[in-house]
Design a protein around this ligand. Structure first.
Ligand SMILES: NC(=O)c1ccc[n+]([C@@H]2O[C@H](COP(=O)([O-])OP(=O)(O)OC[C@H]3O[C@@H](n4cnc5c(N)ncnc54)[C@H](O)[C@@H]3O)[C@@H](O)[C@H]2O)c1
Length: 320
């Protein structure tokens, strides 16, 4: 059945792919983004659809957000908010924690506030592996204690908390998805994006933060969106928490740097800055268990390394 959906962060990397997917499924989609990282080009195709309405606004400007919802929801109440707006530059908030307080936590708090006002019953939330901190072993949804090491992870964990608390007050259902590193076309940030930009500037040398040994699971944005929508339709508990990732595989930064050089600037010299972490708050190694996701009936198709190679090619095409 067609639903009325609101996507926050709709012009961002993942949000814009979600816009396309929900429109393709026949839903009515509303999108908001303050364009700090979002790009109009990401939603250029969606803007042609009569079933998509987009407004540039800051979620923390409650007056503007309320006006938008008031104007748009007349006779067509929103069923679900897909809340993706957040700071996605983890490094930046290492030096200025206010960034994650405002863009990651307050956007969630304020979105919930208006969801209560407009009686919107369901939220789907883009959480992260960063909430687990530096726990060892394969991380399951029950792993703990949860001690994030970045402001970003801390504000995502706090966001999960206000969502579960809202379930006690007015919210009917919540889906909390803990993403790994997500890559693919329309990327607005991330290691591959940075590598390609650096190589465009200087095709002779690539500077890589850390010693290259950092190792994390990478998931293609198309697979992520597929899993998000699959779980939203299939899992109908009041609270549905899932890790989403590729199957047990991971990629090192060394692999990513070498693959980027091979595909974008053959012969470029790679210079590692050294140290096991890329930046303050970087969880340099983690491993995800996706047993719960697989039990629900969803399986990834690509390995982490296949994902990385595909994303490099896509981002290279975007950049050119
Ligand atoms: N990309 C990843 O690897 C990854 C991993 C884990 C979690 N996530 C989460 O997924 C979501 C989407 O991430 P992304 O990679 O597409 O990043 P992104 O930066 O491309 O998208 C986030 C969007 O939110 C917008 N935004 C930020 N603050 C806002 C505000 N106050 N009001 C309105 N819009 C605002 C930005 O302009 C941007 O377009 C985020 O919540 C992010 O934390 C992403």
């Amino acid at each position: 059945m067609a639903k009325h959906c609101l996507i926050t962060g709709a012009a961002g990397f993942i949000g814009s792919h979600l816009v396309d997917k929900l429109l393709a499924q026949g839903h009515r989609v509303f999108g908001v983004d303050n364009m700090i990282l979002g790009k109009r080009a990401n939603i250029s195709a969606a803007l042609q659809s009569p079933h998509f309405t987009f407004q540039e606004l800051d979620i923390n400007d409650l007056k503007a957000f309320r006006e938008f919802l008031k104007a748009q929801t007349k006779g067509q109440p929103i069923d679900t908010v897909w809340h993706l707006a957040a700071n996605s530059d983890i490094q930046a908030s290492g030096t200025n924690p206010d960034i994650d307080l405002e863009r990651t936590f307050l956007t969630t708090y304020n979105t919930l506030k208006l969801m209560q006002e407009f009686a919107i019953p369901q939220i789907v939330f883009a959480s992260t592996s960063a909430i687990y901190g530096e726990l060892a072993g394969a991380l399951t949804e029950k792993s703990g204690p949860l001690h994030p090491i970045s402001n970003y992870g801390a504000m995502k964990l706090a966001s999960e908390g206000v969502i579960t608390a809202a379930l006690e007050r007015f919210l009917k259902q919540a889906w909390i998805y803990r993403f790994p590193n997500v890559v693919g076309s329309r990327a607005t940030h991330g290691a591959i994006y940075d590598f390609l930009k650096k190589l465009k500037k200087n095709p002779a040398e690539l500077e890589v933060l850390g010693d290259g040994s950092q190792e994390k699971p990478y998931l293609h944005v198309s697979e992520l969106i597929d899993a998000m929508v699959f779980l939203f339709q299939k899992e109908q508990n009041k609270l549905n928490v899932f890790n989403i990732a590729s199957d047990g595989s991971a990629s090192t930064v060394k692999f990513m740097a070498e693959a980027t050089v091979r595909l974008a600037a053959p012969g470029a010299k790679i210079r590692y800055t050294g140290g096991s972490k890329g930046w303050v708050g970087d969880v340099s190694k983690f491993e995800y268990s996706i047993e719960k996701l697989k039990s629900a009936g969803w399986k990834p198709r690509l390995t982490s390394n296949e994902t990385v190679e595909l994303a490099i090619k896509e981002n290279l095409a975007n950049l050119n």
